[in-house]
Design a protein around this ligand. Structure first.
Ligand SMILES: Nc1nc2c(ncn2[C@@H]2O[C@H](COP(=O)(O)OP(=O)(O)OP(=O)(O)O)[C@@H](O)[C@H]2O)c(=O)[nH]1
Ligand SMILES: [Mg+2]
Length: 661
């Protein structure tokens, strides 16, 4: 391969390779992003799907180049010259008259061996589109391609030109009758039948290096064949990244060329990007009798006329000779190749096509990645904010709890101190109370009473005179009254003391303000007074001198009185004993209750203290995951930067291709 050839076939191929390498690099980095997100468990189903779509799109990324023209302008020849010269002969059939009968897609998918797949024209009778039918291989006729045998391949590809003769009605039904076509008219008049393409669409799977990298070439038939196929106008042409519109220098710009231009090419894009106009067959102007300058002038003149007709700048028109370029490449004739001006067209294709395509892929991939990254960043940021909130909340709680707990600790300890002090006071008071109680019991003691009764009885027995008996009895009641008064005073004292104690306890330890039970000796006092009055009445009416009999009676009378006094005394004792118990019982209960409350308080303080320890642990955990989230954000930003860096790396080696008319 000489230099010119390597430049010629090299530009597009090399740039395409660069572009593919760029895509691979972008893919790799996106894969890294996806793997990282999976490892971090950050991707939800939607993000996952989004990344998969991005990767699929990158992997399946195709570069569609369509060749559109009226029949016989040299589309197929141009494809052969640009892409298939290495096969040393025509791959696609190219001949005078209508050759390519159906839209033909050339691409490569490695899971199938090379083939040509043809969709019968009869499928036009059904409502299904070519896109629908592409998913149903059984509708297609498939023929293998032996890429090692040029003959076999050429023979197989000849099928692209096949026609079939059908009644006018059938052709009409398929929308394949062009009444303005003279040949059609003649044929119809002759036999009522007409030749129509045998195939509706062709798919060629071909292991060409550029096709392997995702290039898809679309060859089309002339106007009468493309006019009725919506697949072209609605799908294939709008999706092409570059459209080459081919005119021929020998025919000039005809009415049907203009029709195709206006209907299929002009509407495709607002700008001229990705759209090249080729003026083919300039070799027809290579008049041996003219100088190269004259020939160039002639070519330039035609280019200008073409530009005027199509209303585009002259720089957008590439005059070439596809046929001579093919010959030059096959025969490795650099001078002829330069004359064919094909290198300029290929350079233009390369510089138009690849950066444009890359820009499209870059834009959509960048947008898709940005979506995913923004989404994920927001997710992590929300998580982080949530964690921060939690930490703050717990910190606050911890701050509060610290205060609360130290306060509770201080208070609990203080309470315990107070209570211990109170308990000591309580015990002291209890002792004092016991002493008082003991004194009261002594005062009210039955033993003392009984000995008093006994002493009185003895004194009475010793007295044989009324006066002596009387004074003995008087003494008896005097002592009883005195004792009763003393007991009443002692009760009163205890009462006062206990009331003070109750008050103090309720103040110091928050005990319920219970009033101490009240006790009074008054009724016993009155009972004793009643008994004394009974005695007085008896002795006032009785005799001064006591007889034996009288003595006996008096003794009995005393016994009765004394037993009643003892009875009263017993009741007073019992009731006072009960009262004293009732006095202490609530105090004991409250102290016990207070003690268990203190215990509970201390336990709860301890529990809260433990909770504080858990709190610390939880905050530590949260801080760790906050750190992890922050690290995730950093990692995501880094990985995203890598993707962006890959996306923004220029794919092409940066030649500035001169466009020349
Ligand atoms: N002199 C000359 N003839 C060419 C050139 N390119 C193509 N031809 C001839 O023009 C005729 C038509 O070429 P094709 O490649 O079949 O044209 P096409 O546009 O594919 O035509 P259809 O497939 O019928 O739509 C063939 O005989 C080619 O040899 C060229 O650059 N110079
Ligand atoms: Mg053709």
């Amino acid at each position: 391969m000489n230099l010119a050839q390597s430049v010629m076939s090299g530009t597009l191929a090399t740039e395409f390779e660069h572009y593919s390498a760029w895509r691979n690099q972008v893919s790799k980095r996106i894969l890294r992003l996806r793997d990282w997100m999976n490892a971090q468990e950050l991707g939800d189903a939607e993000t996952e799907l989004r990344l998969k779509q991005l990767l699929d799109r990158l992997n399946e990324d195709r570069l569609n180049v369509a060749f559109v023209a009226e029949f016989s302008r040299g589309k197929s020849e141009l494809i052969n010259a640009i892409f298939f010269s290495d096969y040393q002969q025509r791959v696609l059939p190219s001949s005078a008259g209508r050759t390519t009968m159906c839209p033909t897609e050339l691409y490569y998918e490695e899971d199938s061996p090379p083939f040509i797949r043809l969709l019968p024209i009869e499928t036009k009778g059904s409502a299904e589109t070519v896109s629908d039918l592409k998913r149903r291989p059984d509708e297609w006729s498939e023929f293998p391609l032996d890429i090692d045998s040029v003959e076999q391949m050429a023979a197989a590809l000849q099928r692209l030109s096949e026609t079939t003769r059908v009644p006018a009605e059938t052709a009409r039904r398929f929308g394949l009758i062009d009444p303005s076509d003279e040949e059609t008219q003649r044929s119809l008049q002759r036999s009522g039948t007409v030749d129509i393409p045998r195939w509706r669409h062709a798919l060629i799977n071909f292991p060409h290096p550029l096709l392997k990298q995702g290039l898809v070439i679309l060859d089309t038939p002339g106007l009468n064949a493309i006019g009725t196929e919506p697949e072209l106008t609605l799908n294939l042409l709008p999706n092409a990244h570059a459209v080459l519109f081919i005119l021929a220098a020998d025919t000039g710009v005809t009415r049907s060329d203009i029709d195709i231009w206006r209907h299929f090419i002009s509407p495709l894009q607002g700008n001229s990007r990705g759209r090249l106009v080729v003026l083919n067959k300039i070799d027809g102007l290579w008049d041996e009798l003219k100088s190269p300058e004259q020939i160039d002038a002639e070519i330039n003149k035609q280019v200008k006329e073409t530009a005027d007709r199509l209303e585009i700048p002259v720089e957008h028109i590439y005059p070439v000779s596809a046929q001579k370029a093919l010959v030059a490449k096959v025969q490795k004739r650099d001078d002829l190749l330069q004359r064919s001006r094909m290198p300029q067209l290929e350079a233009a294709m390369t510089s138009e096509l690849i950066p444009y395509k890359q820009e499209l892929v870059r834009e959509s991939t960048t947008a898709g990645i940005e979506d995913v990254v923004v989404r994920t960043t927001e997710l992590i940021e929300a998580r982080l904010a949530n964690i921060q909130d939690q930490i703050e909340e717990l910190e606050n709680l911890r701050g509060k709890n610290k205060d609360v707990i130290s306060h509770m600790m201080v208070k609990a300890n203080q309470d315990k101190l107070n209570f211990d002090k109170g308990l000591a006071q309580f015990q002291a008071l209890r002792n004092v109370f016991s002493q008082h109680a003991q004194q009261l019991r002594t005062t009210l003691g039955m033993e003392a009473l009984r000995s008093h009764v006994h002493k009185t009885r003895v004194n009475m027995e010793k007295s044989y005179f009324t006066k002596g008996i009387r004074s003995a009895m008087k003494d008896f009641f005097l002592v009883i009254r005195e004792n009763m008064t003393r007991a009443a005073n002692q009760v009163e004292e205890i009462q006062v003391m206990m009331a003070a104690m109750y008050r103090k306890f309720s103040e110091d330890h928050g005990l319920a303000a219970v009033s101490p039970p009240v006790h009074s000796m008054l009724k016993f006092h009155k009972e004793i007074q009643r008994l004394e009055r009974k005695f007085d009445e008896r002795f006032n009416t009785v005799f001064h001198m006591i007889t034996q009999e009288q003595h006996l009676l008096t003794a009995r009378f005393f016994e009765t009185l004394a037993s009643e006094v003892v009875k009263t005394w017993e009741i007073a004792n019992r009731e006072t004993e009960n009262w004293m118990r009732a006095l202490m019982a609530p105090m004991d209960t409250q102290v016990r209750e207070h003690q268990s409350q203190l215990k509970r308080r201390l336990e709860s303080v301890k529990r809260i203290h433990e909770a504080t320890e858990t709190l610390d642990h939880r905050i530590q955990e949260l801080e760790a995951s906050s750190g992890a989230s922050a690290a995730q954000l950093e990692a995501l930003a880094y990985i995203n930067n890598q993707v962006i860096e890959a996306l923004n790396t220029p794919a092409q080696s940066g030649h500035a291709y001169a466009r020349s008319a």
